[in-house]
Design a protein around this ligand. Structure first.
Ligand code: PHE
Length: 370
């Protein structure tokens, strides 16, 4: 093991010889280490503040040198210091790479083992139904529009021809946003009660012709039970062009009903009322369970409550008053609109007896749609 010699001779050749001895000792000591623990011992021996080789060099070579030799000796000591630091660093790199190579060896991975497969989730049955409805209309050339769930009174009511204080507003069980009393009525915020405001928003943005479907979430102050939920979903539709008639409304919605419930369903239109359509009609489909007879194996059909018909949407020809709010010329253009509840359609399609099942996230329910 290297021991720092006391120097008597400070000549250049004597310094060279001393430095050579030190370097070869460093070389062999650092070559001998095989682990990080060995390396720490090596580092401390050479570099520790107290009694490390470098500290001793300072004391025994530099401080001991006579004044005229100090400069020369100082340079040597600095050179040697640099070499020692480099060698010690290199020694660490060497042992740690061999250590990690052997660690890799131990932690070998068998890439031929089968992986952990995670099951893919599924589209929620409501979203699936909503997408199916939208898809039926997309196939007929409609594009998709959306709008905000927090709406103004203007879009949810006024522009849809519900005048202030009109009793038709009462049918909508509106949830108002609080603290709006200071604003003019039309600016007050509420949770939209239907997707119809998007009709107005879309017509404001583009001139006719327009053909859109609007999927979205709506809100009403209903108490939750097996058939009601304060939050539910609708798909709205709007078509405005020249020469659109009630015949187009019937043909389009009949086609959609067949695409959604099967080609053997029949449709009928039943007078109804909405402020923004005139005339208005609810569409009913023949019961797909009993074929419209109202009876199933001699018993009354529960699906249609023995009536043979099931109501699935509201519709009508766009009321000319509505065009006045969006700068469409009612003399040039006509159109129809419709709106349907997604939950209701999913309940019918899948035979679900409680609307709350859609919102509970119970995998035993959801798994059945996988
Ligand atoms: N917005 C109406 C509702 O929610 C449905 C509807 C839409 C009726 C479009 C006619 C035309 O009850």
């Amino acid at each position: 093991m290297y021991i720092v010699p006391k120097l008597e001779d400070f000549s250049a050749s004597a310094l060279d010889a001393a430095a050579r001895d030190l370097k070869s000792a460093l070389q062999s000591e650092s070559a001998a280490i095989a682990s990080e623990a060995d390396w720490k011992v090596l580092r401390d021996r050479w570099m520790a503040r107290k009694n490390g080789v470098l500290t001793l060099l300072n004391d025994q070579w530099l401080k001991a040198a006579p004044t005229p030799a100090k400069r020369e000796v100082g340079q040597r000591v600095n050179e040697v210091k640099k070499i020692v630091e480099e060698q010690i660093d290199a020694a660490l790199a060497r042992v740690s790479s061999t250590v990690s190579a052997s660690r890799l060896e131990q932690e070998r991975v068998d890439i031929t083992l089968p992986g952990n497969r995670r099951k893919l989730g599924i589209e929620h049955p409501l979203i699936r139904t909503m997408n199916e409805i939208v898809g039926v209309f997309k196939a007929m050339g409609y594009s998709v529009a959306e709008g905000p769930e927090v709406e103004t009174d203007y879009y949810n009511f006024e522009s849809l021809n519900f005048p202030p204080n009109h009793p038709a507003r009462d049918t909508q069980d509106t949830l108002m946003i609080k603290g709006q009393q200071g604003k003019p009525l039309r600016e007050r915020l509420l949770l939209r009660t239907h997707t119809s405001p998007v009709q107005i928003r879309a017509m404001e943005k583009q001139p006719p012709p327009i053909r859109i479907v609007v999927p979205g979430r709506v809100h009403r102050a209903d108490t939750a039970d097996a058939t009601h939920s304060p939050i539910f979903h609708q798909v709205e539709g709007l078509a405005v062009d020249t020469n659109i008639t009630f015949c187009d409304l019937k043909g389009t919605l009949d086609q959609a009903a067949k695409a959604m419930f099967g080609s053997s369903v029949r449709t009928r239109f039943y007078p109804s009322f909405f402020p923004f359509t005139e005339p208005s009609a609810d569409m009913q489909i023949s019961c797909f369970k009993c074929g419209g007879s109202g009876r199933l194996k001699g018993e009354r059909c529960g699906m249609c409550k023995a009536s043979g018909w099931i109501e699935i949407l509201g519709s009508g020809m766009v009321d000319p008053n509505v065009y006045g709010f969006v700068d469409y010329d009612p003399k040039k253009y006509s159109g129809f609109a419709f709106g349907m509840g997604v939950e209701r359609i999913a309940i019918l399609k899948y035979g679900i007896d409680d609307i709350q099942l859609f919102y509970q996230g119970d995998v035993r329910f959801l798994r059945q749609f996988a």
